[in-house]
Design a protein around this ligand. Structure first.
Ligand code: PEP
Length: 248
């Protein structure tokens, strides 16, 4: 059975000094308790990849990025390519986070192209899908997340088996409102069935949305929840360490 993946998403937070402090606390906790059944990863702002690559060397914690260009190179001001991420030892990259879909107009097609670019560079895309509160209340959850995943599966084909998918209900991200373990499992089961039809049944399915030290164990205990994508709680070493420890 693959290890449970616990990935932190620092979003647009941090500084050279704060990152080092946070990492030293995390490293001390991991040295004492280990990562057990979990593979931990930190998805940091692109400008801090070099710093975190150096700090995290040989730690066993994987380095991740929060976005990648769909393009290989050229006149795309401000973009960072998958090959550039690869230069810094990046192993995971988040694509299609709801904040990118909402604030940067990323469509399913763009998300799929980014996932393709990541895989072509040997980086595992963490493909985020999730419904808004309005969509959930209208009974559209399955069709919304299913459609978002279908767009990516259509582009990745057999390579989808090398991706990670994160179910992140938009109404739960950064709100303190978490999907119940049953709500998460219901969506994860439907995503699993869709992945199985595409020959990618073993793709790890992460839950994200206000996962914290108190609720992680019950979410991670669900049969189709294979890990977590953690925003706010990944910025507090003690909380992130507790979530890693919950992955038993
Ligand atoms: C996220 O940003 O992917 C996320 C899940 O954030 P939070 O844990 O803060 O809800």
């Amino acid at each position: 059975m693959p290890k449970t993946l616990i990935a932190g998403n620092w979003k647009m937070n941090g500084s050279l000094a704060a990152n080092e402090r946070l990492w030293l606390e995390l490293a001390a906790g991991l040295a004492a308790g280990g990562t057990g059944a979990a593979q931990a990863a930190l998805c940091v702002p692109a400008v801090y990849l070099e710093q975190m690559q150096a700090l995290m060397a040989q730690s066993g914690v994987a380095l991740g990025a929060q976005d990648v260009s769909a393009q290989a190179s050229g006149a795309y001001t401000g973009e960072v390519s998958a090959a550039m991420l690869q230069d810094f030892g990046v192993q995971y990259v988040i694509v299609g986070h709801s904040e990118r879909r909402q604030y940067h107009g990323e469509t399913d097609a763009v998300v799929a192209a980014k996932a393709r670019a990541a895989l072509d560079a040997g980086i595992v895309p963490i493909v985020c899908v999730g419904e808004t509160l309005e969509q959930r209340e209208a009974g559209e959850t399955a069709s919304v997340v299913g459609g978002q995943l279908a767009a990516v599966l259509a582009v990745l084909g057999a390579d989808a088996a090398r991706a990670v998918v994160a179910y992140e209900p938009v109404w739960a991200i950064g709100t303190g409102r978490t999907a119940s373990p049953e709500q998460a499992q219901e969506v994860h089961a439907s995503l699993r069935a869709q992945l199985a039809e595409a020959g990618a049944q073993d793709v790890p399915l992460l839950y994200g949305g206000s996962m914290n030290a108190a609720n992680a164990a019950s979410l991670l205990a669900q049969p189709d929840v294979n890990g977590g994508l953690i925003g706010g709680a990944s910025l507090k070493a003690a909380d992130f360490l507790k979530i890693i420890a919950s992955a038993q």
